[in-house]
Every structure is written in C-alpha cells, then in structure tokens.
Design a protein around this ligand. Structure first.
Ligand code: NAP
Length: 516
C-alpha cells in the first residue's frame, strides 16, 4: 500500500538514484518457438544483452523448443546470427562466448507427447534449485496463437509445471480473437497455471514513456487536480505507423487493425491516462484500476459505431520519396480484401471524472509518419483578457510522446515581447534522450518485461479480467464492421493521415487532430 507523506517529509530532499539491485534466482527459460521470428528479432538478442550487462544470475539456461532438427551447437549458430543481426551495438566475441554456453535446444512437435518427455528430461538435467528450494522455470510461448490449444493439451501431462518446479508462463499477444476465445484460452491455460504465474505480455507496456504516464500523473501534485472533465476538453491518442503489413499478411488478413492495435496497445494507453489513482504501486492495485476504466467505457450500439468510428484500408501512395503498394497488392492479401488497416473512433467513459469528455483514438498503417502520442487538450480560460479578438487562442496542451521521441511537453501561452499585449504559444519540454543523456541505460521493452517476469512482478502484464474487458470494448466494433457494408476500399492514400471521414469525425465536434 502507498505511504502518506507526513508533514516532516515535506521539505525537499535531493535523491541519489542508486541502481536497483536485481536479485534473480537461477532459472531455465524454455522458449516454445525458439527459432521463430519473435525469438530471433527480440527475445534472444534481449537475453544476450541482459546476460552481458550482468543482469542474469550465473546459473541460467535457455532451451529453444521447435520442430526443426538441430543440435545445441547448431542452435547456438542460429542464435549467434540473430544476435549479430538484431541486437543493438557491436557484436563482441567474448560476450558471445559468455552467453552461448547457456543455450540449448530440443526439437519436437507441439502435438507430440514424446517431445515433451525429451523436454522434461533436458529441463531436469539443466535446472538447479533456487535458494527457496524450488526450480524456477519460465515458459515463453513465442508461437503463433493457433498452436496454443495443442500445447496446453500436452503441458498438464508432463512434469514441467508441477512437483519441484516453480513455473511461470509468458504468453504473447494476440490473446484470443474476441472475448469468448480469450476466455476459453484463459480456461485452458488455467488448468496448468494459476493467474499468479501467467504473464500476458504486450511489449508496449515495457516502454519508458508508457510507464512514465503513471509517474507523471501520480508523482506530481500539480496535474492530478486538473485531470478531469472540469479542465480537460478532450483527449487524443494516435498510434500511427508508416510501415505497411510487411510480410505479415497471413496474420493480418485474419486480424485487422482493431485486433492488432486497438484491443491491446491503444486500450493500455487509454487506461493509463484515464484510470483512478491506485492505492499502491503493486500489480493488482494498478490492474484493478485499469479494468474499471474498460468497464465504465460507454458501450457502443450499432448506430453509435456507424456514426462514431471510421475504418480504412490503404491504397498506393508515396512514402519517404518512394511509391508503395496498396494493401490489396501486398503479398498474400486477397485482391478484394476488406481487412481494415485504419481505425478512428470517439469513446466516452461514463464515470464522475470523465463524464462528457471525448477520447478520440486513431491508428493505422502506411500513415504519413511513425508517431505514437497522447495529447491532453485543456479547456480555454473563461475570459479573453489578452490578445486581439482575431487571434487564434491555443488552449493549454499536454503532449506525452511515446515514439519516435520519448518526451513530454506542455504548451502554454506567454506574452510576446513588445509594447502590445500579444499572446504567444511556447513549450516546456522534457525529453528522455536529451535530459537523461550520459550513463543512463534505456532498457528495451522486452528487457524490462523479461526482468519483471524473472522477479515475479506482474505489474506490466495484463490480467485475465483486463484482457476480457478490453475485448468487450472492441468486440461490438469488429462485429459491426464484419456485418455491415464495407466502405469503398482502398479509401486512403499511403502517406496521408487516413480517410477523410476520420477528419470529419473530429471536425464535426469543432476540433482537429493535433497531428495532421
Ligand atoms: N515476430 C514478431 O516480431 C512479433 C512481435 C510481437 C508479437 N509476436 C507474437 O509472437 C508469436 C510468435 O510469432 P513469430 O512471428 O515468432 O512466429 P513464427 O516465426 O512463425 O515462429 C514459429 C515457431 O514455432 C515453431 N513451430 C511451428 N510449428 C511447430 C510445431 N508443429 N511443433 C513445434 N514447433 C513448431 C517454429 O519452429 P520451426 O521453424 O523449427 O518449425 C518457430 O520456432 C505470435 O503470437 C506473434 O503474434 C511476434
């Protein structure tokens, strides 16, 4: 629980930032799909960094588990190539030698019980007991979601998750494809793992600025009194990507933008902005508050969805000086595909704090530039005391930039120098890279999240009821879109800010997208 700040503690004190001690017990991580794209691009390079930065214990093992036949040595070669290609910084041979001896491989089919026996045997050989007498095991599901049912049919029958083992499970997004399938998956997983040992990962929550939203809101006393319907006019959240679907068409055709981005990343950002103060910084206090946000979001009727959501699919266009393909011309998409690659919508939260405040959400692929930001638009002052009547008045604006720059800026009005009384907009800025330059290490999203899982901290991972509540918000939109007439696709040019209707959505309320 949180502490009260007593009167005697009110004087300011300088605070030396000492690196947090990370005590991680010896463990074995089994990566299901240890040869796949996610493993090669993210997980294995991240584990390499954690090892060479000495954040891992001396005793740990990583077992890649996948279908192709290879020896431990061959697996080390595969991982070496991945680290060379995808890890940040120069590859160092001595660091690699330190890391590679912890790598092992088991080949086998996810449906094949014999494979699990071999895996259990390897685990038994490699895992040593922690100081608490248990063997710590982390099982990472780096596999496409359609494999999960087969894997969770097998897991209860091998001894990985019971007896002397203390097993934790990390599951990647997407977690289900609607509320019903997410709930089924939770039930299936729940046969082997308790909620306390399930880590549903969304790498967005590992980003510094995303975590900083909570610090910014609740470690400063000056913003929270303004953080409500009395002072805030509206909120915008934009998650714009300039990339198309790359080579993920098979996945994307079945998913679309709402399942891919809105249900998880956008809902997480939304909850961090809108949630009530938690009573402490422990995982469940924070997760309780997030779930309350989803539960108080106004439910959407079909009429509401038709009027206040916009879908789009990208056509051809010019990005960074080059012509790019339309979605329907990408490899492995259907030539008449109706999969949406753009979403905009207006949401409300029907609680005391936010009644009547619109939240405008927008995300899409092949937009003009890659940018993720939350902007809080404050109300105008009640009287116009300064400036001439034709001046455009810019209300205060707080921008929380997530990418490409992790920054916070507050836009305020000041007097323009001179003999007149002219208002002039200026910014007060905080920028992570500029203000923490020097020795400060910026952990990659996966670095932070893997360490948290090793420490047993679930704060940045979604809980079952949270996942299901997020699906409950977006399910009606997906259903309505799938069952109603599709707009003429493609309906926006690559390199633009999406369909014209997305502008109308916000302009009809007398507002504009901040980034346009
Ligand atoms: N790729 C990314 O950057 C990324 C980012 C965020 C989230 N994710 C999520 O991460 C998960 C994994 O995605 P991915 O792109 O890494 O998938 P992927 O490249 O298709 O990898 C699949 C893995 O599963 C193994 N495999 C396939 N069939 C098998 C079978 N029957 N038995 C045993 N092993 C089998 C493959 O091994 P073999 O090659 O040996 O068959 C491979 O290691 C997905 O949920 C995805 O949504 C991915």
């Amino acid at each position: 629980m949180s502490e009260n700040i007593s009167d005697t503690a009110r004087t300011s004190q300088s605070c030396e930032i000492v690196p947090e001690r990370i005590d991680i017990e010896p463990f074995t991580m089994v990566i299901f799909g240890g040869t796949g794209d996610l493993s090669k691009r993210k997980l294995l390079p991240t584990l390499y960094h954690l090892c060479i930065d000495q954040n891992l214990p001396d005793d740990f093992s990583i077992i890649g588990f996948a279908s192709s036949e290879r020896s431990d040595e061959e697996y080390r070669e595969l991982v070496k190539k991945a680290v060379e290609e995808f890890s940040e910084g120069d590859f160092k041979a001595d660091c690699w030698d330190r890391f590679s001896k912890h790598l092992f491989y088991v080949s086998g089919g996810f449906e094949d019980p014999e494979s699990y026996k071999r895996l259990s045997q390897r685990l038994e050989e490699l895992t040593i007991s922690s100081s608490k007498g248990k063997k710590e095991v982390i099982i990472y599901m780096a596999v496409p979601p359609h494999f999960l049912p087969a894997i969770f049919q097998q897991l209860p029958f091998c001894n990985i998750c019971k007896e002397t083992y203390n097993a934790r499970l990390i599951v990647e997004k997407p977690f289900g494809r609607d509320r019903a399938s997410a709930s089924e998956l939770n039930t299936l997983i729940g046969k082997t793992f308790s909620e306390k040992s399930i880590y549903r990962i969304d790498h967005y929550l590992g980003k510094e600025t995303v975590q900083n939203i909570l610090f910014f809101r609740f470690a400063n006393s000056i913003f929270e009194p303004l953080w409500n319907r009395r002072y805030i006019d509206h909120v915008q959240i934009t998650v714009a990507e300039s990339l198309g679907i790359e080579n993920r068409a098979r996945f994307y055709e079945k998913s679309g933008v709402v399942r891919d981005i809105v249900q998880n990343h956008m809902m997480q950002l939304f909850a961090l902005v809108a949630m009530e103060p938690p009573i402490g910084f422990e995982a469940d206090y924070i997760r309780n508050e997030k779930v309350k946000v989803y539960k108080t979001m106004r439910s959407m009727s079909e009429e509401y969805i038709d009027q206040f959501t916009v879908r789009g699919q990208y056509g051809t266009g010019i990005l960074n000086g080059s012509e790019v393909l339309s979605y329907r011309d990408e490899k492995d998409t259907a030539p008449d595909s109706n999969t949406p690659t753009f979403f905009a919508g207006k949401f409300f939260i029907d609680n005391w704090r936010w009644a009547g405040v619109p939240f405008y959400l927008r995300t899409g692929k092949r937009l003009k530039k890659r940018v993720t930001e939350i902007s809080i638009h404050f109300k105008q002052p009640p009287l116009r005391l300064f400036g001439s009547t034709c001046d455009i008045r810019e209300p205060n604006l707080l921008v929380l930039g997530v990418q490409p720059h992790e920054e916070i800026s507050l836009h305020i009005g000041v007097k323009h120098p001179g003999i007149g009384n002219q208002l002039y907009p200026v910014n007060m800025d905080f920028n992570y890279e500029r203000d923490f330059k020097g020795d400060v290490h910026f952990p990659l999203s996966y670095e932070r999240l893997l360490i948290d899982c090793m420490k047993g901290d679930q704060t940045l991972f979604a809980r079952q009821d949270g996942i299901e509540a997020m699906w409950s918000v977006v399910d009606p939109i997906i259903k309505r879109w799938e069952n109603s007439k599709v707009p003429e696709f493609p309906n926006y040019t690559s390199g633009s800010w999406g369909p014209e209707k997305a502008n109308e959505l916000i302009q009809n309320d007398g507002r504009n997208w901040r980034i346009s």
